[in-house]
Design a protein around this ligand. Structure first.
Ligand code: ZN
Length: 237
């Protein structure tokens, strides 16, 4: 068994507290990427951020106000990233090393700024399973079914070597079954892999995916319990 399974959740939405209950009940470690404010939705208040953190989950930054960085100059990008980090550090009295790009979008100036301000940056690229990373952390699956075509497109773009598996598994397409099948396949392989799942609690609420998520947690605990790791243990900055 040589796969590390980890989870991250973006946006700091109020539904993060419902997600926290599920994580605690199933003893799943993960990281929440949280902006200080978000014009798109209410964020969890500071004292509840502490609740998440004190329960043993990790917190990472997601800019101050959930700004799409792409197109911002270096100095502006630094301010957006650094102020988000400093906000969390003052609320939690802890150092914050990990970051995720809002919307998964970024350009060369943003990357330089992120490298100056944080230890790692998670992207929204999916179908990536490589164990090695330098600064960018790519993901295996979004916990939301964007459709078979999107999955094949991500596979073709990000990981052509996974395409034969995808094609083999996709005729009986059910997105969350496919995730489970991939986790099993990677775990059986002697090569070490990463299986990082990311999502949004508000999206899980919006699309009624709570029981699907709970089934997935039960699946990993029954089949890959020792492979489920805290984000910082897998991605050391
Ligand atoms: Zn976001």
């Amino acid at each position: 068994m040589s796969v590390d399974i980890s989870f991250s959740w973006d946006d700091g939405a109020k539904e993060d507290l419902k997600l926290l209950d599920l994580l605690v009940r199933h003893e799943i470690p993960s990281i929440f990427f949280v902006p200080a404010t978000n014009p798109e939705r209410n964020v969890v208040p500071s004292h509840e951020l502490r609740t998440i953190f004190d329960s043993g989950q990790e917190i990472g930054s997601h800019t101050y106000n959930h700004t799409d960085l792409k197109g911002l100059r270096y100095a502006e990008s630094c301010i957006a990233i650094q102020s988000g980090r400093e906000f969390l550090e003052s609320v939690l009295s802890a150092s914050i090393a990990h970051f995720a790009y809002p919307g998964g979008v970024f350009d060369a100036a943003n990357i330089r700024a992120a490298k100056a301000c944080v230890g790692t940056a998670r992207t929204a690229k999916s179908m990536c399973f490589s164990k090695s990373f330098t600064f960018h952390i790519d993901t295996a699956f979004h916990f939301f079914d964007r459709g078979k075509l999107s999955l094949l497109k991500h596979g073709a773009l990000n990981n052509p070597r996974a395409l034969p598996w995808l094609i083999k598994l996709s005729p009986r397409y059910h997105y969350f079954d496919l995730m489970r099948a991939f986790a099993d396949l990677l775990a059986q392989n002697p090569v070490p892999y990463n299986f990082h799942v990311w999502g949004h609690s508000w999206e899980i609420e919006q699309h009624g995916l709570w029981s699907e998520l709970e089934s997935f947690f039960i699946f990993v605990n029954e089949n890959h319990k020792d492979q489920v790791k805290p984000y910082s243990a897998v991605f050391r900055s």
